[in-house]
Write a protein that binds this ligand. Structure first.
Ligand code: ATP
Length: 354
């Protein structure tokens, strides 16, 4: 089931019927994965031109400004992870900075079991909806006196409200039935208490959608033991990060799931678990599926549904029918074989529909 994003989005400029998309290749496997996406998009004749901007953790701030400007201009981007090398507390992660400055308040992952891909559980179809701009990621930490550190988690009614609204509206748009709000309000009584209160209040506006709450430690246990019970999981930032990684692991690991970062004005597409994959660079080993699916999400966001379906169907044939699997999911195929089969499949599919 493809994602349908609720709410209105801004109309994006098109030149000669083509969209311009910012590409931030980032570090690690990002650049090689972006090349694969370009090749697949070209084969599918997707009406998209790419504008590439290099951002790395060790470059000057100017590159970050160029990236933000490019995304503001184009409205959309696809990105690899930017490695955060600096341990200095003054240095914020560029990935986090991008999300907060562009106000990409919702991180949405769709973790769905793919037949033929080995996993402990079958039949999963979970949507993870994570607040993406505040909470523990506020970046406000200081050492008041040597040996005593304050790390400030900021949450606001306004931001909880909009992510909760997104979760319930997402259910309506996609025929989903239940929202599970994940929290730790028994300990973080004010911060997570506010989260829970806002979600409960909002659920009253959506009587047809079931709402339940679950303490984060129990949610982790339930996920690894009975994950089929979940439909849409709604989470504050840090719990969302951890739970997303568990859910991606459940359906086959970091190379499979894509992640959308959505705001009122802009959208950035990337892999669900945001890995750099440094140890895999240049070996043609990294599973390109998560990036390809990020590309499919991007095409759907742009309204290029036929191109999205074509690539998605071709990838499905590669993974499920032809069982072309990379090492991380128990196969011996190279990344380029997955990409080449996907391209061959989509050319055949396009030919059939011509
Ligand atoms: P860093 O790159 O930040 O030094 P890392 O490479 O050790 O970290 P991550 O990038 O966070 O780790 O990835 C976590 C694990 O997932 C690693 O074992 C990595 O090899 C694996 N991994 C990440 N992306 C993929 C992928 N696309 N395909 C297969 N395995 C992947």
């Amino acid at each position: 089931r493809p994602h349908k994003l609720p709410g209105k989005r801004q109309t994006l400029a098109k030149y000669g019927g083509r969209h311009t998309v910012t590409v931030l290749p980032g570090d690690g496997i990002g650049p090689e994965m972006c090349k694969h996406i370009r090749n697949i998009f070209a084969a599918a004749q997707a009406p998209v031109d790419f504008e590439e901007v290099e951002v790395h953790s060790d470059q000057s701030d100017g590159d970050m400004e160029a990236a933000i400007l490019a995304i503001e201009r184009n409205g959309v981007a696809i990105k690899g992870n930017i490695e955060t090398k600096h341990d200095s507390p003054q240095y914020t992660s560029r990935n986090v900075e991008l999300r907060t400055r562009l106000d990409l308040y919702a991180n949405i992952l769709h973790c769905v079991s793919i037949p033929t891909i080995p996993s402990r559980h079958k039949g999963l179809d979970i949507v993870l909806m994570r607040e993406n701009t505040e909470g523990e990621y506020s970046g406000l930490e200081h050492e008041t006196v040597p040996g005593i550190v304050e790390s400030i988690k900021i949450v606001t009614r306004k931001n909880i409200n909009r992510i909760a609204r997104m979760a319930f509206e997402y259910c309506i748009a996609n025929g989903r039935e239940k929202v599970t709000a994940v929290h730790k309000a028994n300990i973080q009584k004010l911060g997570d208490g506010l989260f829970l209160e806002v979600v409960k209040e909002m659920s009253k506006e959506y009587p047809k959608i079931k709402m339940e709450s679950m303490i984060v430690d129990n949610a982790c246990m339930q996920l690894v033991s009975k994950p089929q019970q979940f439909d849409v999981m709604l989470m504050p930032n840090l719990y969302g990060n951890i739970i997303s990684n568990i859910a991606c692991g459940l359906v086959g690991g970091p190379g499979l799931v894509s992640g959308m970062n959505i705001g009122e004005r802009y959208a950035v597409f990337e892999t669900g678990t945001r890995n750099t994959g440094t140890s895999l660079v240049g070996k043609d080993l990294a599973n390109p599926t998560a990036f390809i699916r990020a590309g499919v999400d991007l095409l759907r966001y742009l309204g290029c549904n036929e191109h999205a379906d074509l690539i998605s169907d071709a990838l499905w044939l590669t993974l499920v029918e032809q069982k072309i699997h990379t090492k991380d999911i128990g196969g011996d195929a190279k990344a380029s074989e997955v990409v080449n089969h996907t391209i061959e499949n989509l050319l055949k599919l396009a030919d059939r529909f011509a």
